[in-house]
Design a protein around this ligand. Structure first.
Ligand SMILES: [Zn+2]
Length: 417
């Protein structure tokens, strides 16, 4: 949830509130955000005609520099040393007095321009053109006068997830479980779907990496489709249950991080070391499940340059290879606007990814579901609904191939450690 106001109203307000301000805290031109208290915010900046602030959930801690009365530069850097796969997140709100467009210059540290700016005004989101230079290390954008939120991707943060959970509770009798707390004390919430005594558990994970909003665009309808199928078919619901953790890194999302949690750790390199409360909370919850419940698949939603599925490489059993083909192969071009690739990648035991850890620990298909940065939300949703619909039958056939297969044995091994 971010503070929003229409441009027309903001312009009217501006006429009476223009102030010359400095560069500390919330610029006087902008009234404080309702979300400020929980967040360590970066100073904003303001001129007599333009103000920029970083004081809401999802805002980036960028450095703001005044370049002219209607021109600002943002220095955008990662929260820790150059991360792998730079995902240069930025998000701020601004207000500009009536007049010509204002100029925003994005300057990237340890990255180049990746995300086209999204301007949110009220419920509307508009993608703005950006002119890059200096090998992509700088991008220039014009913003209309008025007021809005500009971000690397649309902001999908705490309140959105709370509403999603309420919807699943209301429509599908989902049970909310707090698995643990982040370093800043935010809950790591899971949604349980299906009967708790159902023996087969599907684990779904999301937002380990804060900027990967398009992954959520797939995960949300994917979860809802599985919920709808379990609700519609009591026999299926007696067989399968789902544990969905849609927001594993709530601190990173709230603080506008590129990659890490509050502890400066890439959570998708912590499955194995388990140094962070977010990954530990999920591991411990799974370890405490009754022995009659066994994990049958894990899907972890992310974003990257294109739509693809990372699946097991050489470590896959023959049955798992058949499962991937059964679930995904042949469908790569079935969804308009959502072509995808299937990419087998070999396990690297030291990698700390969820994919490697779930496969090694539970012997089940563990898949990274990557959605393209620029994939349109309706396309990601339509494909996710189709693929969720195909998942349970494919898992059913995988289970039938190995009624007392590898997964059960590995779970027992873990429990006797
Ligand atoms: Zn990711």
């Amino acid at each position: 949830m971010v503070r929003r106001a229409g441009i027309t109203g903001a312009t009217a307000i501006l006429a009476g509130t223009l102030l010359v301000a400095g560069c500390a805290g919330t610029p006087a031109l902008l009234t404080p955000s309702r979300h400020r208290p929980a967040l360590a915010t970066a100073p904003g900046c303001a001129t007599g005609e333009l103000a920029v602030a970083f004081d809401f959930e999802g805002a980036a801690a960028a450095r703001c520099v005044i370049a002219g009365p209607r021109s600002v530069s943002l220095l955008i850097g990662p929260e820790h040393a150059p991360p792998i796969n730079p995902s240069p997140w930025y998000a701020f709100r601004y207000r500009a007095a009536a007049g010509a467009p204002v100029t925003l210059t994005l300057r990237y540290l340890h990255s180049t321009h990746r995300y086209s700016p999204k301007l949110t005004i009220g419920e509307a989101v508009v993608e703005l053109p950006a002119a890059t230079s200096d090998g992509g290390r700088t991008a220039r954008v014009e913003l209309p006068s008025g007021e809005g939120v500009v971000s690397a991707q649309p902001i999908v943060a705490g309140e959105h997830y709370a509403a999603f959970a309420r919807r699943l509770e209301r429509d599908f009798a989902a049970r909310r479980v707090t698995l643990g707390r982040s370093l800043d004390g935010r809950p790591i919430e899971a949604l349980r779907l299906g009967a708790s005594e159902a023996p087969r558990l599907i684990v779904l994970l999301g937002r380990q990496h804060p900027p990967e909003v398009t992954g959520h665009y797939a995960m949300e309808p994917f979860v809802e489709e599985l919920a709808a199928r379990l609700k519609a078919d009591p026999a299926l619901a007696r067989s399968y249950q789902v544990l969905a953790v849609p927001l594993i890194n709530p601190d990173g999302v709230a603080l506008g991080h590129w990659r890490a949690n509050r502890g400066g750790v890439d959570l998708n390199r912590d499955w194995g070391p388990f140094t962070q409360p977010e990954t530990r909370a999920i591991r411990d919850h799974l370890a405490a499940l009754p022995t009659r419940v066994r994990i049958v698949a894990m899907i972890d939603f992310h974003s990257t340059s294109r739509n693809l599925f990372y699946v097991q490489g050489e470590e896959a059993s023959a049955a798992q290879v058949r499962f991937v083909a059964d679930w995904l192969a042949g469908d790569e071009n079935a969804y308009p606007g959502y072509p995808f690739s299937i990419v087998p990648s070999n396990a690297n035991p030291g990698s700390g990814t969820s994919k490697t850890w779930f496969h090694a620990t539970y012997g089940v298909p563990a898949i990274t579901y990557e959605v393209g940065d620029n994939t349109k939300r309706p396309h990601a949703a339509a494909a996710a609904i189709g693929l969720a619909g195909r998942l349970l039958p494919a898992l059913g056939r995988l289970g039938a191939a190995h009624p007392r297969g590898l997964a059960t044995q590995v779970v027992l091994d873990v429990e006797t450690r």
